[in-house]
Design a protein around this ligand. Structure first.
Ligand SMILES: [Zn+2]
Length: 190
């Protein structure tokens, strides 16, 4: 499965609303290969989410990994659990009422920068899975943050646009040195 190249800020695909996927096309082997490539590309880049516009494609499709940022690291000699990989096609999000929560985000298309971004704590997700099955579920916390970040990519929006205060913007090394607690926290990157 080939890893695709990720486009960076300045590429018009990141600023163009993506086209819906025709559901019948999901049975096309090319579309299934694309979903596999997106998982591969996301994992190879060390991200937890990747949207089709980030590889230059105008399709309402993104993938993400369900990871628990507070999970205990695997003990020595123990395999870490593989994250569950999810692909969403033509998604729609419905915010669940509540206060916005701030947390750090990064983006594979905006390498090395981190910033504090407000997001809904919970969202209801309506989408198709990679086989065209209707999905309807709630995502909360970290997973909801990833889903909102990737969903924004389908509308030509990046996390910088969502920041309320650009003063938290930081490069990775400085962020680690000055802005995060010393434990093993990491900013989600999608
Ligand atoms: Zn991103």
């Amino acid at each position: 499965m080939p890893v695709r190249s990720i486009v960076r800020l300045g590429h018009p695909a990141l600023r163009t609303p993506a086209q819906p996927v025709v559901a019948e096309r999901l049975s096309d082997p090319e579309m299934q290969a694309l979903v596999d490539d997106m998982f591969e590309t996301m994992l190879a880049a060390g991200g937890v989410g990747l949207a089709a516009p980030q590889i230059g494609l105008s399709l309402q499709l993104f993938v993400y990994a369900v990871v628990d940022p507070d999970a205990e690291p695997a003990a020595e000699g123990e395999e870490a659990d593989d994250p569950e990989l999810v692909a969403l096609i033509n998604p729609a999000l419905e915010p669940i009422a509540g206060e916005l929560v701030y947390d750090w985000e990064g983006c594979l298309s905006i390498p090395d920068l981190r910033g504090l971004v407000p997001r809904h704590f919970g969202v209801r997700v309506h989408a198709l899975d990679r086989h065209g099955k209707i999905l309807d579920y709630r995502a909360e916390g970290y997973a909801a943050r990833i889903v909102q970040h990737e969903y924004d990519h389908l509308n030509g929006v990046v996390f910088l646009d969502r920041m309320r205060d650009m003063r938290s913007l930081a490069f990775g090394a400085e962020w680690e040195e000055f802005l995060t607690e010393s434990d093993d926290e990491d900013a989600q990157v999608g």
